[in-house]
Design a protein around this ligand. Structure first.
Ligand code: G3P
Length: 214
């Protein structure tokens, strides 16, 4: 499974990339706004930190406007992916951008049927929001499992991104479900890295080694 970092914070991306485990980055308007700076220079810097795909979202609500917003974003770097909302207009824009050779990430997907339509429209990625479904009492991973099965059955090339990841268990479940990608907030990625017994074990080895070296 590929790991994307779900953040627009350059320091977090730099750190995660240094671990050698990052395959790409996803941003959204909320994450971009958190940085409190103009987004285009941030996007440019993020694209210089990873060769992997970097998703940047358009805000227009009609297909023409989405395509117009996408074109300058796609020029920022060759690895920019245009993030488009899962609407009829979004699907139209995804098809149009595909025709122009621009890759897309159809976002705000909450059902496997939406994921099916995103694949048919030619999206490069389909982002299924696991955590937000859990928030409303549903099993957020179920559409991921269903979409994996559907894409396999019909050989769709679209990659499923398990998004809205809130805890390490989501990462594990996404991997078990066969999601192509999990996009993970940096604090959750750090939680995946650590274990108290790892820390304790290192400390014990250091202490024991000091005893024999006396
Ligand atoms: O990639 C989409 C993700 O950022 C949404 O996460 O936590 O706002 O539901 P969240």
């Amino acid at each position: 499974m590929k790991i994307f970092v779900d953040t627009a914070n350059v320091a977090e991306i730099r750190e995660a990339v240094s671990w050698g485990v990052v395959d790409g980055v996803t941003t959204n308007p909320t994450l971009a706004a958190k940085e409190g700076k103009p987004f285009l220079p941030i996007l440019k810097e993020i694209c210089s930190l990873t060769k992997g795909p970097v998703s940047a979202e358009v805000l227009a609500e009609d297909a023409k406007g989405m395509v117009e917003e996408a074109l300058p974003l796609a020029k920022v770097a060759p690895n920019v992916i245009i993030k488009i909302p899962m609407t009829a207009e979004g699907l139209k824009a995804a098809g149009e951008l595909k025709n122009r050779g621009i890759k897309t990430n159809v976002t705000l997907i909450f059902t496997a049927n939406q994921a099916l339509l995103a694949a048919k429209a030619g999206a490069t990625y389909a982002s299924i929001f696991v955590g937000r479904l859990d928030d409303i009492g549903e099993d957020g991973m179920q559409p991921v499992r269903d979409a994996v099965q559907i894409y396999k059955t019909y050989c769709y090339k679209t990659e499923i991104i398990a998004a809205s990841i809130r805890k390490p268990e989501h990462v594990l479940e996404a991997a078990k479900a066969g999601a192509h990608v999990a996009t993970i907030p940096f604090p959750i990625l750090k939680q995946c890295l650590g274990h108290s017994l790892t820390d304790k074990g290192i400390q014990r080895f250091l202490d024991d080694w000091k005893k024999v070296r006396k």
